[in-house]
Design a protein around this ligand. Structure first.
Ligand code: C2E
Ligand code: CA
Ligand code: CA
Length: 288
């Protein structure tokens, strides 16, 4: 028993060492991922709670590493943020999402329809804190919009609540400058941070996305139901549209609709899909 403390210390440091090494390996591969063509985008639909029309898609980054296999965003996005690689990745995501949107606009109208369901939708891109803090962000987005010829109102940027509140003063002016480009802004993961109401009012935002942790269990957890109801009421008081994410079943979708939540996203409608599959989903969905 005398040695336990020291053995534990050795054990932990070996473990820490391994973790540090795994991180370094991942970083090395992440640095090369774009040039090796290992990154791709998936798109998840967002639909109207009333009527079910496709309103937009959220672009979500996927990394299929030749060396490591598929790595989930929850693992590589934080690493990309810490290492500054997120700037290059974020720029790539934005460009690819806008190019994809432009391709969708060129699709022919399916027989028996007036428009293609992908015509005029919005495309949402996630923005990380490091990007939001970057002075070059606004001119870079403006340049990408111009280059891809996508009208700004079809682009939505999602920024998490905690990222906004970490540096609320600076974020406020960045958001105003982004808004001035004509694009849309959403606060992501809403309910998990500590928003000050005063700031919420001052931020030039269009949507609140209720975090999926509340939506997931709301039918079984009265507290989650009440939080969801309160977020919807608060958002409406501020003139915002409300999106619920993580909608996994019809019953949840119906209750959210009854609570006047305008927009829904989640596995119940579709998982995030590669562009071609998303297009097929949209065409099927419009036939229903
Ligand atoms: P997020 O922005 O909150 O994205 C929603 C996440 O929830 C996605 O996970 C999506 O696949 C998942 N999801 C969607 N519907 C459901 C559902 O019904 N149930 C459940 N349980 N999950 C659902 P994903 O794609 O693994 O992304 C995780 C996070 O990684 C994202 O969370 C976002 O914060 C970050 N991320 C992904 N792509 C990008 C990107 O291009 N840039 C930045 N900065 N962050 C990204
Ligand atoms: Ca998001
Ligand atoms: Ca979210």
């Amino acid at each position: 028993a005398k040695n336990t403390g020291r053995d534990m210390a050795l054990f932990y440091s070996a473990e820490t060492d391994q973790r540090v090494q795994a991180r370094q390996t991942m970083e090395q591969h992440l640095r090369r991922a774009l040039e090796r063509g290992e990154m791709s985008l998936h798109f998840q639909p967002r639909v109207a709670a009333r009527g079910g029309r496709l309103l937009g898609v959220e672009a979500l980054l996927r990394w299929n590493s030749a060396a490591l296999g598929p790595v989930p965003p929850a693992e590589f996005i934080p690493l990309a943020e810490e290492t500054g690689l997120i700037r290059a990745l974020g720029a790539w995501v934005l460009e690819q999402a806008l190019l994809q949107w432009a391709q969708w606009q060129a699709l022919p109208v399916p027989e028996g329809h007036v428009v293609h369901p992908l015509h005029g939708i919005a495309v949402s891109v996630n923005l990380s804190a490091a990007e939001l803090a970057d002075d070059e962000l606004v001119p870079a987005i403006e340049a990408t919009l111009r280059r891809t010829r996508v009208p700004a109102q079809h682009l939505e940027l999602e920024i998490t609540e905690s990222q906004l509140m970490d540096n609320a003063q600076a974020a406020q002016s960045q958001l105003a400058a982004l808004k001035a480009l004509g694009l849309q802004l959403a606060i992501d993961d809403f309910g998990t941070g500590y928003s000050s109401l005063a700031y919420l009012k001052r931020f030039s935002i269009d949507r609140l996305k209720i975090d999926k942790s509340f939506v997931h269990d709301m039918l079984h957890d009265p507290a989650d139901m009440e939080i969801t109801r309160a977020i919807i009421a608060l958002g409406h008081t501020l003139g915002l549209r409300i999106v619920a994410e993580g909608v996994e079943n019809l019953a949840t979708a119906q209750v959210l609709g009854a609570l006047n939540c305008e927009e829904l996203q989640g596995y119940h409608f579709s998982r995030p899909l590669p562009a071609a599959e998303l297009q097929a989903w949209a065409e099927r969905h419009a036939q229903r």
